[in-house]
Write a protein that binds this ligand. Structure first.
Ligand code: KG4
Ligand code: ZN
Length: 335
């Protein structure tokens, strides 16, 4: 079964063809990063216009790379939310147009569920129930997945998501956009010498990252962190600040994930979402967890359409076909 996946929820226009939910035949991504970097954040209006420009070339490239004709496809999977309304609508309308033109069934996919299904693309055996840590620009969620398409919420962020915190910290340290990769790169030249606060929220599997971000902001505002990259003034460097921030966020993510996974008695933990491409997070979680950690390769952690196609395959298998009245749902929930 060959599924075309389309993803336009944020600032990546992506299309991919996946066979039987596991084999990637093509995976095309047009990133808007350079455009949004000028503003230091994603500008929604700019994002939707860029999707309009990119979507047809990306679709053509995905079909060509997969050496697949429209007649050879079995269905279309499209991200319907959560995400930016204007961005989602470009993908949803394109998917509906293609479904209508080629007589293909369509299924609407939750973007977060797509992130989870990136793990199936790595061809691993996954035994339910599993605990998933979803860490992206808009979400830090812990969910229990009890079967295909079945989720129970265990914890979520009460304020900033992990990726959002990385992006804001990078802005505070003038490291540019997107912040996650910039913090990770910069942190490699520093040591985690500054003790930043951790919000443990005892007894809960929720997260909170606004406190650590504010603590960093105050350090910089009080001049207690050097704005220079070498420690000429005797203060901790910007790289030390980046390393300390990264350490604080990862410490909380890892500790709380291992605790809830043990409590749930699961056999596997899935680490997914854009922040899951962070090398230190991957390494720390593997080292700290007695339960095996499954994490997709970095390119499948950040936004892509192969994960949407993989999820779509399992939805089609379960008979979850949507009508052409399918709509974007910007605040769609997973559980
Ligand atoms: O899943 P994703 O690509 O898009 C959303 O669904 O939001 O995640 C994007 C987020 C951004 O906040 C970005 O800064 C963060 O993931 N990110 C990282 C890294 N790569 C991307 N955070 C930490 N370390 C990274 N290497
Ligand atoms: Zn995402």
């Amino acid at each position: 079964m060959k599924i075309l996946g389309i993803e336009t929820s944020c600032d990546e226009t992506a299309a991919a063809v996946v066979e039987d939910g596991v084999r990637i035949l093509s995976n095309q991504i047009a990133s808007q990063v350079e455009i949004h970097a000028r503003y230091g954040r994603i500008v929604p209006e700019v994002a939707s216009r860029q999707h309009i420009l990119a979507i047809i070339p990306i679709l053509k490239q995905a079909m060509a790379e997969a050496k697949t004709a429209w007649d050879d496809l079995d269905g279309i999977a499209i991200t319907i939310g959560p995400g930016l309304a204007g961005s989602l609508l470009v993908g949803v309308n394109m998917a509906k147009a293609m479904a209508l033109a080629h007589g293909l069934p369509i299924t609407g996919v939750n973007h977060l569920e797509g992130h989870i299904y990136a793990n199936w693309l790595s061809g691993r055996d996954i035994a339910f129930p599993v605990v998933c840590l979803i860490v992206s620009g808009g979400h830090s969620d812990l969910v229990s997945m009890t079967g295909h398409g079945e989720y129970v919420a265990l914890g979520r962020t009460r304020d900033d998501a992990a990726g959002e915190a990385f992006d804001k910290a990078a802005r505070i340290l003038s490291l540019g956009y997107p912040g996650g990769p910039a913090i990770e790169r910069t942190a490699k030249n520093g040591t985690a010498s500054i003790r930043l606060p951790r919000a443990w929220l005892k007894g809960s599997s929720d997260f909170s990252f606004s406190g650590v971000k504010t603590a960093l902001l105050h350090l910089v505002a009080r001049g207690e962190v050097s704005t220079m990259d070498n420690a000429g003034d005797g203060l901790p460097t910007r790289a030390d600040a980046a390393a300390s921030f990264q350490e604080a966020v990862i410490d909380v993510l890892v500790t709380k994930t291992v605790a809830i996974a043990k409590k749930q008695g699961v056999k596997q933990v899935l680490l997914v979402g854009g922040v899951a491409s962070n090398e230190l997070l991957r390494q720390r979680l593997v080292e700290s967890s007695p339960i095996p950690i499954l994490v997709p390769e970095p390119i499948l952690c950040t936004d892509n359409a192969a994960m949407i196609a993989a999820c779509g395959y399992y939805r089609f298998q379960a008979g979850r076909i949507d009508g052409l009245d399918l709509d974007a749902i910007p605040s769609l929930k997973l559980a």
